[in-house]
Ligand binder design. Structure first.
Ligand code: ZN
Length: 232
């Protein structure tokens, strides 16, 4: 069981790296511990593409490493405080994907100019602006959780994104889709003209037609199948 959780965090991390979420050694994904001890997260000083099960450890809500090796990520309160605020959340992804960071920094809202943004919009993806510095305290972690609300993603403006899910599989797919949606919107803006996007009713219909639970699970399977081999 413990090994499976570590393997899943490692697989998610490598998928995120392959999907353009890598930022050198920064960014992390976590799974809530089934026994309520905290969450399983990669240790610091490794790139997302380098995460192996041995580089995943168990961190409690106070930031104490209970099991496993390595240095703890300083932004652990993002994970622990969202999990405390959201019993429905079993996994949290926090990364610094370039297109999402760029779009959020423009101040423009995410718009469903292609399929991917319909996974989130409506409602508007909220923007955490209390600080663009690291989320190092429980207070800031709780503030991120408050800004996230009941949604599946939030922009940490001038910093990164957070995506959540009942499972790490769904949280990972959400993070991948958010970055793709932001890239598509930035590309749209480069084309000039008169951009169009889906109205809310159509977005909700597309969410059900394209991103239902079965499809999201299939996307995860696809991402695993197409993951580059090995971490050496
Ligand atoms: Zn960060």
């Amino acid at each position: 069981m413990t090994t499976d959780v570590r393997e899943l965090v490692a697989t998610s991390s490598r998928i995120l790296a392959a999907a353009g979420h890598g930022d050198l050694i920064w960014g992390h994904a976590s799974i809530r511990d089934a026994e309520g001890k905290g969450m399983w997260i990669k240790s610091a000083e490794w790139g997302l593409d380098e995460v192996t099960p041995e580089r995943v450890h168990l961190v409690d809500p106070d930031g104490v490493v209970l099991s496993g090796d390595g240095q703890r990520h300083s932004e652990y309160p993002i994970h622990t405080e969202i999990m405390a605020a959201r019993p429905d959340v079993g996994a949290v992804v926090h990364t610094h994907p370039p297109h999402a960071v760029a779009l959020a920094a423009t101040g423009q809202p995410l718009l469903p100019v292609s399929h991917a943004a319909n996974y989130f919009v409506p409602p508007a993806v909220t923007r955490f602006t209390d600080t663009a510095d690291l989320v190092l305290t429980s207070e800031l972690g709780r503030a991120v959780a408050t800004t996230l609300g009941a949604a599946r993603a939030v922009f940490l403006v001038n910093h990164g994104i957070v995506a959540v899910g009942a499972t790490l599989q769904s949280a990972t797919v959400a993070a991948v889709l958010l970055e793709r949606a932001c890239a598509q919107q930035l590309l749209t803006h480069t084309g000039g003209g008169w951009p169009t996007w889906s109205p809310p009713e159509e977005s909700l219909a597309k969410r059900e037609h394209i991103y239902n639970d079965r499809a999201v699970a299939a996307v995860w399977d696809y991402l695993v199948r197409t993951l580059p081999d090995g971490t050496d």
